[in-house]
Design a protein around this ligand. Structure first.
Ligand SMILES: [Zn+2]
Ligand SMILES: [Zn+2]
Length: 273
């Protein structure tokens, strides 16, 4: 128990250090290159709370279940398949892990829009009324667990990841880059990346996913936009969305936002575009 508590204290310290680094990087960039707002962001306090909830709740609640799930999922896959994957060169394993995790995330995210019961939890992410780097972690814990499972279970099945990263084909550097990219595509940065927009997701790509009325059911990918092209959900015009947010109601308090989705259904899936 003591070892768990001291490890958790390290996780809290690491989360705080990351917040300082992300703030030092994105606040000046958003000030120089972002859309100007007259008023401070009224959702900032909640977004900060969600940053800590998103970072720490999975560590508290999921460490042991994920280890059990990883073992169970690995036994579900045919041995011939896992042996073939294990014999691939390291570079191929890394690339495969990246594409498999991204594809899993794409479908977890898409189903969170298409299945009303899942949308109840995912809607909170879309209640952000301004794009801001911390919008990335404005997530209900249930939503986060679901999309994370969609990304991780296929990796566990193929033997491409373990909960502890040991023996994992996804190096820590790739995880850190992927994590920072999530904050980047949510940031209030009016940058277009030219031909790179074919290769990776960008703020414009993901801001359209947050558009209030027309294109919320587009651009589900986290880093690889070719998945949206492949599955018919890509949308990236030259201009930017006029307004972000959702018409799905959102409780004014943090407690209400966390508890409401668990109550009997009142919410509906977002209108199809
Ligand atoms: Zn979404
Ligand atoms: Zn988002």
């Amino acid at each position: 128990m003591n070892a768990f508590l001291s490890e958790f204290a390290v996780d809290v310290a690491r989360t705080c250090v990351w917040l300082v680094l992300l703030t030092a990087l994105f606040v000046p960039l958003e000030r120089w290159f972002g859309m100007r707002h007259e008023q401070p962001n009224p959702q900032l306090r909640h977004n900060l709370a969600y940053y800590f909830i998103s970072s720490l709740v999975p560590i508290l609640l999921l460490t042991i279940p994920m280890a059990l799930l990883a073992t169970a999922a690995h036994h579900l896959a045919p041995a011939a398949l896992t042996t073939t994957v294990a014999e691939l060169p390291m570079a191929a394993r890394v690339l495969l892990a990246f594409v498999v995790a991204e594809t899993g995330f794409y479908w977890g995210h898409r189903l969170s829009h298409e299945i009303p019961w899942l949308w109840r939890f995912h809607a909170l992410h879309h209640t952000a009324e301004r794009m801001h780097f911390l919008t990335n972690t404005r997530n209900h814990p249930v939503d986060m667990v679901i999309t994370r499972l969609f990304g991780l279970v296929p990796l566990y099945m193929l033997g491409l990841a373990t909960p502890s990263l040991e023996g994992s084909a996804t190096p820590a550097l790739l995880l850190v880059l992927g994590n920072v990219w999530g904050f980047f595509i949510h940031a209030n940065l009016r940058w277009r990346l030219g031909p790179l927009e074919w290769l990776v997701t960008t703020p414009a790509f993901h801001h359209w996913h947050h558009s209030r009325h027309d294109h919320i059911n587009r651009n589900y990918a986290s880093t690889l936009p070719f998945l949206d092209r492949l599955f018919g959900s890509h949308y990236l015009p030259r201009h930017w969305p006029a307004e972000v947010g959702t018409d799905t109601p959102c409780a004014p308090t943090l407690g209400g936002q966390l508890l409401d989705p668990m109550l009997p259904a009142r919410r509906t899936a977002p209108a199809a575009d």
